[in-house]
Design a protein around this ligand. Structure first.
Ligand SMILES: NC(=O)c1ccc[n+]([C@@H]2O[C@H](COP(=O)([O-])OP(=O)(O)OC[C@H]3O[C@@H](n4cnc5c(N)ncnc54)[C@H](O)[C@@H]3O)[C@@H](O)[C@H]2O)c1
Length: 389
């Protein structure tokens, strides 16, 4: 049993903490008092049934605090799960927070290895090792999906570790492998290669979403049955029948920012594909908005702000962009989002009673379908053809 300190308790940190606390003692540090207060009472701040279950199940192996110093000298490994938002002004992820925590840990507890799970720019881990005169900062990309964060942690598609020290990477990998329930494949590489695997993986997913969304735009314009076309295309094993469900556009916390970060890494290296993925997504959102605007509805009801069924994260949700575009045409918007504890969002009314919402909306715009929409299908606009995330 190891003693592990996880810093940052969002989707990634909470999932990592629940996963590793099945076999280890885990301290979780977050600067957000409310999150720590809830977690200390085994209440999840995230809408994930598995996380809720494991917070209770593993409660004897989990400790929570807002103070980093509370874990110092008592830990074998630090795991950083801090946000890395994309800074448009720098055309790069904001890594200031990560850097300052690494600096603090180097001062307080210099002999304890650090594992970075946040998504970072290529070469960040090497730069940190150099800057702080260390060789034990390791990078491991995280691939979990919001809405099934803990399931993906217990059953990872693969686990990847990037480091200059193979023995350390192997030791850390064994902690994750032991906790997983599916004997995952373990891959090792340099830190910069592991960092690039994460950026390329998410950019590929964004590209695939953009591809099927463009296919769907053509189907909408030509009144083709998109389902038949996608099934026909995806019956080819080389293309595959997964991750092909149209939507209003990709969004969420990771795909938009990771794609932008990958573009910025190319600099002078010839490329055009990744840039056009972002452009394609913008065009898709405009196309969907125009489809609604041209119907000249009295008002538009937005059914949920989340990107995916089961997620409570609205960061960069594609529908937010669509709301703004529709509002520019002076069409009133009402929003049904039971997870939003506000009366208005983007100056539009938020309703928590579904029946009232559905009755008041001239058109219901649903990025993702739910069976409660069944009585209102005639006025519902969705491209959720396969009814899956
Ligand atoms: N959300 C996902 O699906 C996902 C998947 C894979 C990778 N990632 C990457 O993992 C990283 C974290 O993502 P997330 O979704 O968990 O982020 P998040 O914003 O949900 O959570 C980050 C947490 O860190 C806390 N925090 C910020 N600064 C802190 C500090 N100095 N000390 C302690 N706590 C601090 C915040 O209060 C917050 O609770 C990002 O780099 C993201 O790109 C996210």
């Amino acid at each position: 049993m190891k003693r592990i300190t996880v810093i940052g308790s969002g989707y990634v940190g909470t999932a990592v903490a629940c996963l590793l606390s099945t076999k280890n003692m885990v301290a979780v540090i977050d600067t957000d008092k409310e999150i720590i207060h809830k977690l200390s009472k085994q209440i999840s701040h995230l809408d994930d049934p598995q996380i809720k279950k494991y917070l209770k199940k593993n409660k004897n192996n989990l400790k929570f605090s807002t103070e980093l110093t509370s874990a110092i000298s008592k830990t074998d490994l630090y795991i950083l799960c801090l946000p890395t938002d994309f800074l448009v002004s720098k055309n790069e992820f904001d890594t200031k927070n990560l850097k300052s925590v690494i600096s603090e840990l180097t001062e307080l507890d210099p002999k304890v290895p650090i594992l970075i799970k946040s998504t970072v720019p290529m070469h960040f881990t090497d730069e940190m090792n150099k800057e702080f005169n260390r060789d034990d900062i390791v990078f491991s990309p995280e691939f979990l999906r919001e809405g099934q964060a803990l399931y993906d942690s217990f059953y990872p598609s693969r686990i990847i570790f990037g480091s200059k020290k193979p023995s350390l990477a192997t030791k850390i990998a064994s902690i994750f492998k032991e906790a997983a329930k599916n004997s995952p494949q373990v891959l090792f590489s340099s830190a910069a290669e592991s960092e690039s695997i994460k950026l390329f993986s998410n950019s590929y997913l964004a590209m695939r979403v953009a591809f099927f969304n463009e296919l769907d735009s053509l189907c909408l314009s030509k009144s083709f049955d998109a389902k038949k076309i996608i099934e026909g295309v995806c019956s080819d094993a080389r293309i595959g029948n997964e991750y092909n469900n149209p939507s209003f556009g990709f969004g969420g916390y990771c795909l938009p920012k990771d794609t932008k970060q990958l573009i910025s890494q190319f600099k002078d290296i010839p490329n055009s594909l990744i840039t056009s993925v972002i452009q394609s997504n913008e065009k898709r959102k405009k196309y969907i908005s125009n489809k609604i605007i041209e119907k000249k509805p009295k008002n538009v009801g937005i059914y949920r702000l989340q990107m995916k069924e089961g997620s409570d994260n609205f960061k960069e949700s594609s529908v937010i962009n669509i709301i703004k575009k529709i509002k520019n045409h002076k069409i009133p918007i009402i929003i049904y989002e039971p997870l939003l504890r506000k009366q208005t969002f983007l100056n539009s009314k938020v309703m928590t009673n579904f029946t009232e919402f559905a009755a008041s909306a001239s058109i219901i715009l649903a990025n993702r379908y739910n069976e409660e929409l069944n009585p209102y299908l005639e006025k519902t606009f969705t491209r959720d053809i396969f009814q899956e995330n």
